[in-house]
Design a protein around this ligand. Structure first.
Ligand SMILES: [Zn+2]
Ligand SMILES: [Zn+2]
Ligand SMILES: [Zn+2]
Length: 149
C-alpha cells in the first residue's frame, strides 16, 4: 500500500507556526538583548510561515508592569532588581538606590519616616544605641558598681 501523507495541511492556517519566546532576565536581572518586542518571520521549507515572537518579560522586580516609568536598580549587595518609579527609593543617608525588598525605614528626630539602606540603618541604630548609653551614663540617677575588685 502506497502510504501517502495523510495529514497534509489543507489550509494556509496550518502552515503557520508561531513560536513565542519570553525573554527573562538572568539571575543578575540583566536582559540578554535590548529588544522590547520582536517578531521574526521565516518561510519554512514546506512553504509555510514560521514566526518567532520574542517578548521581553514586561515586569519590574517590584511586580509592576514594565511600561511604567523606570525608577532604578537596587544597590543592595546581591540584589539587581529594577523597580518602577513608584517603588524605587534612595537611601536618605548614602543615596544608594533601593527596591521594595531592601528599603528600611527609620524615624528621624521629628518623627518622620525616612528611607535608608540596611547598612545605614545599622550604622545609625548603633550610633543611637551608643548615644543612649552615653546619655544613661551621664544620668545622675544611674549608680555604678565597681566589679573590678
Ligand atoms: Zn513598582
Ligand atoms: Zn545608605
Ligand atoms: Zn533590592
Amino acid at each position: 500500500m502506497n502510504e501517502q501523507e495523510t495529514n497534509l495541511p489543507n489550509d494556509s492556517e496550518e502552515l503557520r507556526k508561531d513560536e513565542i519566546f519570553t525573554q527573562r532576565p538572568n539571575a543578575k536581572g540583566e536582559l540578554f538583548d535590548d529588544f522590547e518586542h520582536r517578531t521574526d518571520t521565516v518561510l519554512t521549507s514546506e512553504g509555510g510561515i514560521s514566526r518567532k515572537i520574542l517578548n521581553r518579560e514586561r515586569e519590574y522586580g517590584c511586580g509592576h508592569d514594565a511600561r511604567r516609568t523606570r525608577g532604578g536598580r537596587c544597590g543592595e549587595e546581591g540584589c539587581f532588581r529594577d523597580s518602577c518609579a513608584d517603588c524605587y527609593t534612595r537611601c536618605s543617608a548614602c543615596q544608594v538606590g533601593l527596591c521594595l525588598f531592601h528599603v528600611r525605614y527609620l524615624q528621624n528626630e521629628t518623627g518622620q519616616k525616612v528611607p535608608v539602606c540596611s547598612h545605614c540603618r545599622d550604622t545609625i541604630q548603633r550610633r543611637r544605641f551608643w548615644g543612649n548609653i552615653g546619655a544613661l551614663l551621664l544620668s545622675p540617677f544611674v549608680s555604678f558598681e565597681d566589679h573590678s575588685k
